[in-house]
Ligand binder design. Sequence first.
Ligand code: PLP
Length: 435
Amino acid sequence: MDRRAFLVTGTAALTACSVPGAAGTAQVPGTAPTGVVPDWEWVRAQFDLAPDYIHMSSFFLASHPHGVREEIERHRRTIDRNPFLAVHNQSDMPATIAAAAAEYLEGRPEEVALTGSTTMGLALIYHGLPLRAGQEVLTTTHDHYSHHESIRLAAGRAGATVRKIALYDEPAAAAQDEIVDRLRRALRPRTRVVGLTWVHSGTGVKLPLRAVAAALAERNASRPDGDRVLLVVDGVHGFGVEDEAVAAIGLDFFAAGTHKWILGPRGTGVIWGRDGRWADIQPTIPAFQHELSVAWIQNRPPAGPTRATWVTPGGFKAFEHLWALPAAFAFHHQLGRARVAERIHQLNTQCKDGLAAMKHVRLHTPRNPQLSSGLVCFEVDSMTPEAAVARLLQRRVVASAAPYATSFIRLAPSLVNSPADVDTALAAVRSLAPG
Ligand SMILES: Cc1ncc(COP(=O)(O)O)c(C=O)c1O
């Protein structure tokens, strides 16, 4: 492959030739027959999950639903038959994928970059931000390793400082006004970025992002544009659960893997960035973009400000996975964002109600659906989270222990579960009662 062909692959069409049997333009497979509103049993049947387990950790990594599996397989066959031409013939795929993501989050395709995970998205944002020595990134004690480390590494390079605050002391008692107030009071003149997580995977608390964004907008009104406080959110555990138009929340950047609640191919993710904010980002990994490769060939810097596509990492990928991502958004589209949110919240409420009634259990996730989402965190008296998780697994309930300094047991009822599954999981937790 010549060097120009290598660089433009995946974006600009090199040739218009097609391979017999090669995938054509983006084709999203049907899920349920058109016009049929799928019921939850049908939804559950789309997964190849082992039926002898109660799967309560699906937030960790998606099992691909049928439509996504089929799409991966279709693309894999095409690539295996003729890798070179299959990839060239899909040069419009990144735009198609960005359009599918944009439709789901109610933004514009030009606002979406494609990544491989939440971790990659966060790293690309923080390393790309125009942080300077003397500026500060304000974050919280509730965020994931990937978020804190992205901040630490980027701030270290820039000579910026990092400060972590708690937005609540007891997760079960978290309150919107207090969260917003603590954040507002923590802002300092040198705070340039606020890094938050939509749904905390250590406690199950969901942040009131709209209220937070409004408070920051108020503060930013008196700041010059180059000095605005930017709001960066790790959205992975709300994305695919909540009925929220992410692009309308008031964030600057939002990173999420699409291989958890979105049920997309493993190794996929997105960054959404508000219009105008992408110009602030210095790309970290060379993007395989036509205009960038042309600039390189002409030995000049690329013309114009950074755009989202310049932040999508280049390099060859597991294309069959990447290209199958629209099928996951189609699955959600068919189910409807509001119905998905209602179903997941119902199952989680059932789970929390059941746990709250057990004397040997301390529930840490708020009961209020405004402040919680698809994760339920709790403790069992006189038992470490790891021991409890092991005991639940003996009863074929797949729970997890949160990887945080203070660790709780997590159950995450999702679209792969039924109310009967939740009852079975609750019975297993009940059996952990001492004596
Ligand atoms: C809050 C949060 N952010 C980020 C991650 C990492 O996600 P990814 O595997 O998509 O990088 C996790 C892992 O589950 C998480 O809980």
